[in-house]
Structure formats: C-alpha cells, structure tokens
Design a protein around this ligand. Structure first.
Ligand code: AMP
Length: 198
C-alpha cells in the first residue's frame, strides 16, 4: 500500500489534485469534508452535528472525526492500493491517531504532499468557488474563519511531518497540470512508490 496525505489550506487544490492522483495511481480517496457533506445531505444525526461546525468554519471534534475516518478506512480498504487522505489530519492529535490507526492495520503514511498557496490566492479561489459550489462554508465570513483555523491549528502539521521526513512541499501556484507534474515527481522518488496505471 502507498498512503498519501494531501495537505494544504482551504482552496489549495487538494480535491483537484486528488482526482488526478486517483486517475494515475488508482488510490482510494477519502475526503473527510465530503464524507461530512454527504451526511448533511442525507439528513443523518451525524450530518446535523457536523453542520453546526462546518457552517461556522470550525473543526469537528477530534474524537468524532477519528471515529468517522476509522469507519471509512475499514469500509474501503479491501484490496486498495492505498489511500489519499484529503482534509485529514487537521490537528496534531488527528495526525497521531492516524499513525496509530494505520499501524493497527499494518500500514503507515508514506508521504505528505503539502500544497503551499498564499492566503490572498486561497481567499480569491474560495470566493470564486462559492459562486458555483453551493457550499455553505464558501462565503467571505466563513472563509476568513477557516483560514484562521488553518493557521492556528492545522499548519503546525507541516513541521510535524517535516520532522518525520515525510513532507513534500509543492508550490501550489501554476496550472493544475504543472502542479501535478511536481507532485508526481515527488511521489515517484519516494521509497516503494505507487505504480502508475498503464
Ligand atoms: P474540507 O472539504 O476539507 O474543506 O472540509 C470542510 C469542513 O469540514 C471543514 O471546514 C471542517 O468544518 C470539516 N472537516 C473536514 N475534515 C475535518 C477534520 N479532519 N477535522 C475536523 N473537521 C473537519
């Protein structure tokens, strides 16, 4: 298995680059934000709880989030070539729990791809996305809050993964294809890289 964390601020291109990674390597995508949005859409109890946080740009509590992720891993693992974790971890505690969760299942995080994009660009992209996404959290006020949460709580993960020797910094400005080329060469220089589709 090759497990990848795709990391970066809101609007940094995690979802877009994940699609290209899935195409090339056949990895299984887990977007925790999407899992939560699906629950909200289905009107479940979990969805109702999640909406109270998401609509305010706040993080869902770690304990709940870790449980959701473990369920997703177990639902999808089958004979997966590996996972792309998109939007998880978002706290140091989540990162530690992810390490444990994967170790319990005989695997690990192999690489963290960090899409590095300045705040002004993130804000501009999210405002644009808000015009078509229909996402309750793509509005000016919530975007500001999400960026604050990202800087206060999530960005320390960069150092956490640098210390572990797993972090690959990717300049997140440029065309989608240019950024993907950089990601590809970083991933394919890892030990035991995933095998590209024919
Ligand atoms: P995303 O689609 O990754 O931008 O996530 C949208 C929202 O879902 C976030 O702003 C959080 O409210 C919530 N969320 C997604 N993933 C996590 C996570 N790992 N921990 C806590 N909250 C999360």
């Amino acid at each position: 298995m090759f497990n990848l964390v795709i990391f970066g601020g809101p609007g940094s291109g995690k979802g877009t680059q994940s699609e290209k990674l899935i195409d090339r390597y056949g990895l299984t995508h887990i977007s925790t934000g999407q899992v939560l949005r699906d629950e909200i859409k289905a009107g479940t109890e979990l969805g109702k709880i999640a909406a109270t946080y998401i609509d305010h740009g706040q993080l869902i509590p770690d304990q709940l989030m870790v449980r959701i992720l473990a369920d997703e891993i177990d639902r999808l693992k089958g004979d997966s070539a590996g996972f792309i974790f998109d939007g998880f971890p978002r706290t140091i505690n989540q990162a530690e729990r992810l390490t444990e969760m994967l170790a319990e299942r005989g695997t690990k995080v192999d690489a963290v791809v960090g899409l590095e994009v300045p705040d002004e660009e993130l804000t501009a992209r999210l405002i644009e996305r808000g015009k078509v996404s229909g996402r309750a959290d793509d509005n000016a006020e919530t975007i500001g809050r999400r960026l604050e949460v990202y800087h206060d709580t999530t960005s320390p993960l960069r150092d956490h993964y640098i210390d572990k020797g797993l972090y690959h910094a990717i300049p997140g400005l440029g065309t989608i294809d240019e950024i993907f080329e950089t990601i590809k060469s970083e991933i394919e220089s890892c030990p035991n890289p995933p095998i590209p589709n024919a």
